[in-house]
Design a protein around this ligand. Sequence first.
Ligand SMILES: [Mg+2]
Length: 228
Amino acid sequence: MLFDIDGTLIDSAGAGGGALLGALQAAFGVQDPVPVALHGRTDLGIMTELLEKHGIQANTANLEKLCQVYFQALPAEMLRRGGSSLPGVEQLLASLRVDPRCHLGLLTGNMPASARIKLEHFGLWHYFKFGVYGDLAVHRPHLAAPAMKLIAEQVTAEVPASNIVIIGDTPLDIELARAMGARCLAVCTGGFEAQDLQRAGAHRVHADLTEVESILAWLTSLECQQPI
Ligand SMILES: [Mg+2]
């Protein structure tokens, strides 16, 4: 199973967006930077739009410069904003980690460095064996191919896509799961309503991850072993 980070595992209380706008200011001298939509998008997509919106070419050098300043600013911003891991997350991850049927990975819009900073901040990084990150695609559903490739390398090439579950909080997580032929368990901890997530095609929706037994039962159930 592959977990999204923001809104699913953690609430960073706006630290990511805050650090990113601060980095745009510090790296490029942009005064009063204008925010862009963040929910469910990849950092590469967000950063590209952010640079272009402020008249800066989104080339490799500028993206790299923005990333470096962002990664430097993020740990302090995480401390300053507070934030928390979301309800049920630690218990669920601890249970899944000791289940030999489960392989825990990340499928996130964050860059590898920011994913690690955010999860280490809340003591969650060590649960994950591998990850697909937001440096690989501007549009989140385009992470489907790299995700399938990584699962084949890290778990087995034999795993049917329908046995893969994406756990996320936005319609874009669901779109990505559907692009992979995988299932999606969606949670309402990122700001979307259950009906929005159902309408977007989630296979199961929970208010949060506190119903550990019920979630574990579904993840390991026959329903989850059948072709979609
Ligand atoms: Mg999210």
